[in-house]
Design a protein around this ligand. Structure first.
Ligand code: ADE
Length: 319
């Protein structure tokens, strides 16, 4: 997967060099490219913001600078009639991406504005005869903002299927709305919020999203099953948070590991885990428990929910 991130603070993305995501980048599973928005500003002060029309506090990010930056990053395909294409040969090449989370030294203009094959630094110059058989590929654009649609495990899974994501990090009061309007005509654009609170800018939200998406990519986590058992994972964990976990020793400061986990009985362990997930969801996230799909609850789930005084509509309950 290729990820482009445009921000006035590229240094925010240093954490993408470490841990799971850092390893995924080293292996070439993830090709992350961070771009300094100011590289596309055109005045001596490299201004990226201006006062809001209609008055009010704060500043709004200028559409011209964002337009230049996005056009350059997505390549000539942004321009109607442009020729940015990618075919299977180039797809194979995308595992080799080695870009690091540091601002690219690229100046706006000639270098960045050329179509670049994802995962490579080479301009995507293609023979005219090949062009017809290649599919134009554009990124899906994500704009972090507290007024966006909520980020969720489901959205993370959807985004993990994309070959190319472009994150546009706003600061101040946000990006001039015409930028999203303009690119909605060419790309899929989603404004996304990571929670009902206001951050100083989109950078931290992008770190959150990249980690949630990146760990879902094949080969990034050691144990594929752990993704399936995640809190909120579509399937049996939909609308449930995970219960408690334990490791050795069996007794620590007088606290014992629940005996069932030491029993070696897989069926009982699975049932206990589900019970604990239900208990914790009712306690910590009652609004999620209320949204449990009755068709996905068995008799035992219902009995437990009853005991916890959390009744699910009976009429559409499965056995
Ligand atoms: N930018 C500022 N606050 C944000 C939030 N809650 N989610 C996404 N982007 C943001």
């Amino acid at each position: 997967m290729r990820l482009d991130i445009i921000s006035i603070f590229p240094e925010y993305f240093a954490p993408l060099d470490v841990s799971l995501i850092g390893k995924a980048r080293e292996r070439g599973t993830l090709d992350v490219r961070v771009h300094q928005l100011r590289d596309w500003a055109y005045d001596v002060h490299r201004t990226v913001d201006d006062t809001p029309y209609g008055g009010g506090p704060g500043m709004v990010m200028k559409p011209e600078v964002w337009g230049e930056a996005i056009d350059a990053v997505i390549g000539a395909s942004a321009i109607p009639g442009g020729g940015h294409v990618r075919g299977s040969d180039e797809d194979e090449g995308r595992d080799g991406g080695e870009a690091r989370a540091t601002p690219q030294a690229s100046a706006p203009g000639p270098v960045e504005s050329q179509p670049v094959a994802p995962g490579t630094d080479a301009p995507a110059t293609v023979e005219p005869t090949i062009v017809a058989s290649l599919t134009p590929v554009l990124p899906r654009m994500i704009v972090p903002t507290p007024s966006g649609r909520p980020f969720s495990q489901e959205l993370a899974q959807e985004l993990a299927q994309e070959p190319w994501l472009l994150f546009a990090c706003g600061r101040y009061e946000g990006i001039d709305s015409r930028v999203m309007e303009e690119y909605s005509g060419r790309l899929r654009v989603d404004e996304v919020s990571i929670g009902d609170y206001v951050l100083a800018g989109g950078e931290v939200a992008v770190l959150v999203m990249v980690e949630a998406i990146g760990r879902l990519l094949p080969g990034v986590l050691g144990n594929a099953q752990s993704v399936v058992d995640d809190s909120f994972a579509p399937g049996s964990m939909e609308n449930l948070v995970e219960g408690p976990v334990y490791t050795k020793p069996p007794v620590w400061r007088g606290h014992e590991v629940p005996a069932v986990l030491l029993s070696g009985h897989h069926g009982n362990v699975a049932r206990w885990r589900r019970d604990e997930a239900i208990r914790r969801t009712v306690r910590n996230r009652p609004e999620l428990a209320a949204a449990l799909d009755p068709a996905k609850l068995d008799k035992h789930d219902r009995k437990l929910l009853d005991e916890l005084s959390f009744r699910v509509r009976r009429k559409d309950v499965a056995n």
